[in-house]
Design a protein around this ligand. Structure first.
Ligand code: NGQ
Ligand code: ZN
Length: 454
């Protein structure tokens, strides 16, 4: 049993003072009591349910800041970035991949994320040969999660083709490919590698995109684990929308909704480009729109239609995707600011009279928990003890009510995070991950070798 005492906490009944949270040995919240005495409990100023990060490719963390030089000719774009990313990933060994994943997971926890959906498509050796264990790299991700204590929803990804015209995979993409039989072996292997992780671990599945898998394959993979989350990249780039429209006669979200039974277990990553009908129809399914505001800005993707999706009652959450920068407050801020710039308005994602920070946080809590298939997202008995503690002094902010969230998201940063628990695992203490030194040292040594001659 652990006990935490918070001066103030965000509970299902709203903000309450002098809250004592008891965490059971099973990692779940055993009791939440307001107006309590601190006794010998671990004290924090502010306690919140922690967010789940609904989309990550951890290996891309190691190229953060290394893809910001303009090319010699033409226009830099998502597609030129992708070429750089393919060249980069071709250098990575299983040991590199594990070291980078551990580092990124640690940073996520220090940034306020209790759990992550790892959209795992880097499966094979450079050139495409399978490892002796086809799920070797899934094992590396699992071990990294185990080392850091982050909650893991692992999504092994089916990636079959190089485009909607069904051209074969080429170059860096060769490491991603599996036919359906190999993919099923990979899923079974991944399940084995997750067995030693804690009980909050989830195995879902994914198809990379409409470019990389057929509708038939998407239906097959989504049925492999019928109760678990299923994710797909959907409509990130203008040229991607054009490619799908030309190949299948429908826009990406329109096409997917016509071909598959999309429901609450689905998460559509980068539902960026939707027309009014797609926006309404997607909202109706209960699927989560998985937005990655920092990465989408970094890659020049375009802006999601947030106000319409919200009016239609759509679910959304945030992910750190390329991990170019990992931060809960900055993702939520970028999400809202993109909407303000698009609509030329303020407080776009809040209801009339409501706090914008609170609206962003509540939305991402619910969307993240749903997208990860995780019993999380509230300080409530029975849920996983996914908790984050903040010190509002870090942003010289008020320490009560929704002003905490408005201050943290619009005027603060990661440094306000003092503690974080993932299903009761107290991985961040005093603002630092408990294993930071070892994980950061190993990462730095690996990175120096990876980038030689880049
Ligand atoms: C990815 N990343 O799979 O890592 C993609 C780029 C693609 C983002 N979409 C590659 N941010 O979509 O083909
Ligand atoms: Zn992605």
């Amino acid at each position: 049993m652990q006990e935490i005492f918070a001066r103030t906490a965000l509970t299902p009944a709203g903000w309450q003072d002098d809250v004592r949270v008891t965490i059971g040995a099973d990692g779940r919240i055993a009791a939440v009591e307001a107006g309590a005495a601190p006794a010998s409990a671990y004290r924090v100023p502010v306690l919140l349910p922690a967010l789940s990060n609904l989309h990550s490719h951890t290996f891309q963390r190691a190229m953060a800041g290394l893809a910001e030089r303009r090319g010699q000719k033409g226009r830099d774009s998502f597609w030129t970035w992708r070429q750089t990313m393919y060249r980069f990933l071709d250098r990575l060994s299983p040991e590199d991949i594990e070291a980078i994943a551990a580092f990124a997971f640690m940073e996520m926890q220090e940034a306020g994320f209790c759990a992550v959906a790892e959209f795992h498509y880097l499966h094979h050796q450079p050139g495409g040969g399978a490892h002796a264990d086809i799920a070797e790299l899934a094992a590396r991700i699992a071990d990294a999660a185990g080392e850091t204590g982050i909650g893991l929803t692992l999504l092994p990804v089916l990636y079959r083709y190089g485009g909607a015209d069904r051209r074969p995979l080429a170059d860096g993409q060769l490491r991603f490919g599996n036919d359906m039989a190999a993919f099923e072996r990979l899923m079974a292997g991944a399940q084995g590698h997750l067995a030693h992780l804690p009980a909050d671990t989830v195995l879902g599945a994914a198809a990379h995109s409409l470019r990389a898998a057929t509708a038939e394959e998407i239906r097959t993979v989504s049925a492999l684990r019928p109760e678990a989350p299923f994710h797909i990249h959907i409509a990130e780039q203008g040229p991607e929308v054009e490619e799908i429209l030309a190949a299948f006669g429908a826009r990406p979200v329109e096409y997917l909704l016509g071909e598959a039974v999309v429901d609450r277990r689905w998460c559509l990553i980068h539902a960026t480009h939707m027309n009014a009908v797609e926006t309404r129809e997607l909202a109706r399914t209960g699927a989560v729109a998985g937005l990655c505001p920092i990465t989408e800005a970094n890659l020049g993707d375009g802006v999601f239609n947030g106000s319409a999706f919200r009016r239609a009652g759509g679910m959304l959450g945030v992910g750190s995707d390329s991990n170019v920068r990992i931060s809960v407050p900055e993702e939520l801020r970028q999400l809202e600011y993109s909407q303000r710039l698009k609509d030329r308005a303020r407080t776009v994602l809040a209801e009339p009279g409501a706090s914008c920070g609170r609206a962003l946080y509540d939305t991402a809590l619910a969307g993240g928990a749903r997208a990860l298939g995780r019993e999380s997202g509230a300080l409530e008995t029975g849920r996983w003890a996914d908790l984050v503690a903040l010190d509002p002094a870090a942003f010289a902010g008020l320490a009560s009510g929704d002003a905490i969230l408005d201050g943290w998201i619009f005027a603060g940063g990661n440094e306000a995070v003092t503690d974080l628990w993932s299903a009761g695992r107290h991985s961040v203490q005093g603002g630092r991950h408990v294993a930071r030194e070892a994980i950061a040292g190993r990462y730095r040594a690996r990175l120096e070798k990876i980038v030689v001659g880049l």
